[in-house]
Design a binder for this molecule. Structure first.
Ligand SMILES: C[S@@+](CC[C@H](N)C(=O)[O-])C[C@H]1O[C@@H](n2cnc3c(N)ncnc32)[C@H](O)[C@@H]1O
Length: 342
């Protein structure tokens, strides 16, 4: 490395480019001069034009940042990915500029060899609003496939790119080994039903409160899903601004050495400070601040936090298919999950 270069000069970018006259041929690579690469393939849109367009869009969608994808995915053993086909079924693998490409796609393209992936398949939803509002061309759904060398982009007739379109479901069933994405929050219930029903491995982002939501509790209870390693607090909106939202990773891939186990305070009931334990009007024990009694046989209620920190891997189970709504002195307080020592 030349001595005078600063760290930022060595920053590498993954780029995917597509010339406008060759609609289904893309080129990918890694560069330290993204400006130049983009100029080469510039279709005449200036960054200002793009921002002006983006300002006109109103939506509540949240796009995942590269650093959040990397932080979570790097926690899993490399053997998880080896020779696997990864399916990103709500992710744009776009032709022109990494800033408009899903961070999931960028991550898998960049790490393709290192992870030993077999194939990456990404679908682009042909909705009106999509990753960073790419304009009218974004209404056209496509399927992007790469084996790490060749790239193919297909536009099947009648395909809308939805994760529940028959073509997407066929890819899921016949080709995918691991599904990885941040699905649309508005279709979260359908998405969870579909992905868990598929029996495939998955690693997805969803709302942090799913753990205590009646729709999802049965999945946690049946051990069909558990928390991934990290929360996701920041996303980008279509204007590329940072936006706060309470997300969390969820998966059915085994978790090793969950760092947040140490936040659980599993102790005899007498060692839980008074302010973190109380009984509700029906005499059920409620515990807070990640304190967990280890000498109580009866069910007790906890917030989402201990579950996200791995309580269900520490000899406790969920005992009720819906959230527990405690009343104290006749007043309803925040909902929890009813758990019990196994
Ligand atoms: C929360 S955003 C996340 C996008 C991307 N996965 C990421 O993490 O940055 C959800 C994306 O799903 C797309 N989408 C909406 N409905 C969809 C559907 N039925 N099937 C597939 N994708 C859909 C939206 O266009 C949007 O780009």
């Amino acid at each position: 490395m030349a001595k005078n270069k600063t760290a930022s000069e060595f920053k590498q970018y993954v780029y995917i480019v597509q010339a406008s006259n060759t609609g289904n041929v893309c080129k990918i690579g890694i560069t330290d001069n993204l400006e130049r690469r983009l100029k080469e393939y510039n279709r005449g849109l200036s960054p200002k034009d793009i921002m002006e367009k983006a300002k006109k869009v109103e939506n509540d969608e949240f796009y995942t940042r590269y650093e959040d994808v990397e932080k979570e995915l790097s926690m899993y053993d490399k053997s998880v990915w080896k020779d696997k086909t990864v399916f990103c079924n709500c992710d744009d693998a776009v032709d022109e500029d990494e800033r408009k490409t899903s961070a999931f796609v960028l991550y898998f393209l960049k790490k393709f060899k290192e992870l030993g992936l077999k194939k990456l398949i990404c679908t682009h939803y042909g909705g009106k609003v999509d990753l960073f509002n790419q304009g009218s061309k974004s209404y056209v759904a496509y399927i992007f496939t790469t084996d790490g060398v060749k790239i193919e982009k297909k536009y099947p007739k009648g395909y809308d790119g939805s994760f529940d379109h028959p073509i997407s479901l066929k890819i899921l069933e016949e080709e995918a080994d691991i599904v990885c994405t941040n699905p649309p929050f508005s279709r979260s219930v359908d998405y969870w039903n579909m992905i868990i029903g598929s029996g495939k491995q998955f690693l997805i982002i969803s709302n942090i409160t799913n753990v205590k939501n009646d729709t999802y509790i049965p999945y946690f209870k049946a051990n069909q899903v558990w928390a991934g390693y990290n929360e996701v607090d920041w996303f980008r909106n279509p204007k590329r601004e940072l936006t706060r939202a309470a997300g969390h990773w969820y998966t059915n891939i085994p978790i090793n050495d969950r760092l947040r186990f140490k936040q659980l305070k599993i102790v005899p009931l007498k060692d839980i400070p008074e302010k973190y334990k109380k009984h509700d009007d029906s005499k059920t024990l409620l515990v807070d601040n990640c304190y967990i009694p280890n000498n109580i046989e009866k069910p007790f209620a906890v917030s989402v936090r201990p579950i996200l920190n791995g309580l269900l891997e520490k000899g406790y189970k969920i005992v009720q298919d819906k959230q527990y709504r405690p009343y104290v002195d006749g007043k309803e307080i925040f909902a929890r999950v009813l758990v019990q020592k196994i």
